[in-house]
Design a protein around this ligand. Sequence first.
Ligand code: ATP
Length: 337
Amino acid sequence: MTDQPLLSIRHLTRQFPGSPRPAVSNLSFEIAPGEILALIGPSGCGKTTSLRMIAGFQIPDEGRILLSGRDITRVAPEKRGIGMVFQDYALFPHMTVGENVMFGARAASARWLGHWLELVGLQDYADRYPDELSGGQQQRVALARSFAAEPGLILLDEPFSNLDAALRAQTRREIRRLLKSTGIGILLVTHDQEEAMSFADRIAVMQGGVLQQIGTAAEVYDRPVNAFVAGFLGRTNLLKGAARGDLCQTPLGALPLARPAEGEVQLSLRPEMIRLTPAPEAEANGRITSVEFRGHDVTYWVDCSGLELQVDAMGGPRLCEGAPVLLQIEGRLVPLG
Ligand code: ATP
């Protein structure tokens, strides 16, 4: 084991000519060997530009890119030793699955081919052509091809976007398992926060070309640094409060904070952190104003001292519009920057 990062991005900046602000601004992060990092953010936030700089199709105005300690900032794409799987897989249509996988492979033996085809579950498909495969199978061929070249790092750009929801989740699970057995590092670009959270070891959230936060899915979901990150990763209630250390006065009473703060703060309270119980009118502190039933869970909209809060409940009693309820906060509110 080595402590050296696989990929180290240092202060990357890229501004397109005529553009008022950089597409990517002072971006820094690292990927450890064998780690899966997802770069996420809304359309136009700079994900693709970042990926293209790492791949070598764009040269940054400032900053450096190191792969296993080697400066590759200005190295030609094909000399970087980085694998890539993009949205359209780009398989060669006139080549069989086997020929596609062996294209650029590190070793040219039937054993090597068999190894990678077996890994992606396509050992019986070596002689088929891409147009004889399903979308998910094509995607796995594209992955096998990039694995067979044995790069330390593979860039994945929205690689699951052509699959329907069920196949997407299954392919994602399988590929994560495969990747973990190879030790290859991955940088995944996606605009899908659920995909990022379930697939990656850590996620990096970008907005307007600027990295907002990086951490495990749980860290970023549970402890967002600002309202953008809180809202991008899921639904939340934003409240105002007056903080003093790790306690905060809010319209819902004095509540504990996830990290200490002072003065006027904005707070994030996830809908699943509120528990509702039916209560007699005199003991209630809220009233249900609408109900969104989704089967395995329900979102209640609750009026609480003039605040409209969303509350997610799984199981428990079914509550109706107009019902008086007692709200209890479980966990700590997150003060946002
Ligand atoms: P999406 O999810 O829509 O693909 P993204 O996060 O990948 O978006 P980028 O494609 O990196 O975003 O774009 C970042 C910004 O840079 C956008 O404002 C975009 O309009 C701009 N941009 C991207 N490519 C160019 C280019 N070749 N010339 C000028 N501006 C560009």
